[in-house]
Design a protein. Structure first.
Length: 346
């Protein structure tokens, strides 16, 4: 699979001109953006060429440059869509508006989320803050705490609200995961501040930033589009959050770490589902290569590797396709349970 700076850039930024044109003028541009993000990516993954090995990875500086570029794109798109879909442009309540909303929500949920996830694992404070603010804009700021402090520590155990259980539907999972990650992230951050001998609650507590920042950005949306602008922002954030929750649901479905008394076995490649499909891996900044991410959280997306077959569980279809199937619980169990049961038995 190509892993150059150019490959990731082309894959992630390809729909941006059409999203912008759709926001300004409506029409065919809205539909081209939506078709690229959905049918085109899925078709290339399903029927496109299979690469026997990865190309040379982009260097760290190029990866960070693309991440920062995508942060800028995210905030420009958010402001533009609030303006346009609130009625200043094409408006939401039309076929073009619905297509544009869906395409933008998918971009924010699949690309902006993957990029923010990448950045909150960076060691540099500026990069980490950039990722945090993307999550805050999606009204999901607590993920910047809950993901590294809870999910990465407790994945595959009952202590992780973001590990989906065998035969648990997505709809049951999302209710448990959203509330659970908020509460457990809050507890982890408060405990961490106590260890650093800081006041448990003051203006520097991350959750103050998450909630206060979300309110501030919603006020900006009010200035741009009034109450309709706030509504558009809320709906885009909810749609993007759903994409994030779907990724968590799919990538850990039915996988458990064996318990030995009060302790659990170490996290290994077998505790995450992976997908070898190349275009969605570029589009989602390596997110389908999930085992390597859990093994090396600080590794940049350009360097993530797919595990050897047999070493880790593989999804039967590309990650975005499996996320779509997860919306239909009966179909999900029919497609996914045989793979999950075979892996658990092995």
């Amino acid at each position: 699979m190509p892993r150059s700076f150019l490959a990731f850039t082309l894959a992630t930024l390809a729909p941006i001109p059409f999203l912008v044109a759709g926001a300004l003028f409506g029409g065919w541009a809205c539909w081209i953006a939506l078709l690229y993000i959905t049918l085109f990516v899925a078709a290339v993954d399903e029927f496109g060429p299979v690469f026997a090995s990865d190309g040379e990875a982009a260097d760290d500086e190029e990866a960070d440059q693309l991440s920062l570029m995508l942060v800028l794109v995210h905030f420009v798109l958010l402001a533009l869509m609030v303006w346009s879909l609130s009625g200043k442009g094409i408006g939401l309540f039309s076929l073009d508006g619905v297509a544009l909303f869906a395409a933008t929500g998918l971009f924010m949920g699949q690309v902006s989320n993957s990029n923010a996830h990448e950045l909150i694992h960076r060691g540099a404070r500026g990069l980490r803050r950039a990722g945090t603010w993307v999550y805050i804009s999606l009204l999901f700021g607590h993920h910047a705490s809950a993901h590294p402090l809870v999910h990465h520590v407790h994945v595959g155990t009952p202590n992780d609200p973001n590990t989906s259980r065998m035969n648990e539907s997505f709809y049951r999972f999302v209710r448990r995961a959203w509330v659970g990650s908020f509460k457990k992230g809050l507890a982890a951050e408060t405990a961490r501040r106590a260890q650093l001998e800081r006041a448990q609650w003051d203006y520097r507590h991350p959750y103050v930033l998450y909630v206060g920042g979300a309110i501030a950005l919603l006020f900006v949306s009010f200035l741009i589009g009034g109450l309709k602008g706030v509504g558009v922002h809320l709906c885009l954030a909810a749609f993007a959050q759903t994409q994030l929750m779907l990724s968590d649901y799919v990538q850990h479905y039915g996988l458990e770490r064996a318990a030995d008394g009060a302790r659990f076995e170490p996290v290994t490649a077998k505790h995450s589902w992976n997908a070898p499909h190349w275009l969605s891996s570029l589009w989602m900044l390596g997110a389908p290569r999930h085992s390597d991410h859990h093994a090396h959280p600080g590794k940049r997306f350009t360097a993530l590797e797919n595990p050897v077959r047999g070493e880790a569980p593989m999804l039967p279809h590309a990650l975005p396709v499996m996320a779509f199937i997860a919306l239909y619980p009966k179909l999900w169990k029919k497609v996914m349970n045989p793979h999950a049961e075979a892996w658990r038995a092995a």
